[in-house]
Design a protein around this ligand. Structure first.
Ligand SMILES: [Zn+2]
Length: 110
């Protein structure tokens, strides 16, 4: 007798069994717990990368505002040049972070 995947599926109020053949541990390739776990991990990694990118975009936005404010204040003689240098440094950091989050370097780190 052919062994079918033991995964129960739902469609509205109907419950039925997966119609694919079982290939491992009574599950098909799609419904095996390892395959589900791998898909979930892939999704999580993708989401984490997206979130990291958003966070760096927010950092960049704040850093730009900081640079503008520090430059205006420095021009008026209200704040030291050192503050402007710090603002520029924070903008550079944000852009490095954004670049690595966008192109994958360290993108999956929490
Ligand atoms: Zn299945």
């Amino acid at each position: 007798m052919p062994d079918f995947c033991k995964q129960q599926l739902r469609k509205g109020f109907m419950t039925f069994r997966c119609s694919k053949k079982a290939s491992r541990d009574g599950y098909c390739g799609v419904h095996h717990p390892d395959a589900k776990k791998a898909r979930r991990e892939k999704q999580d990694a993708k989401w984490n990368a997206t979130r990291a990118k958003w966070e760096w975009q927010e950092e960049e936005r704040k850093a730009i505002a900081f640079v503008v404010q520090a430059a205006v204040e420095w021009e008026r003689g209200e704040s030291p040049e050192e503050l402007l240098r710090q603002a520029v440094a924070s903008l550079k950091r944000a852009r490095i972070g954004l670049r690595s989050a966008t192109f994958g370097v360290g993108a999956s780190q929490p």
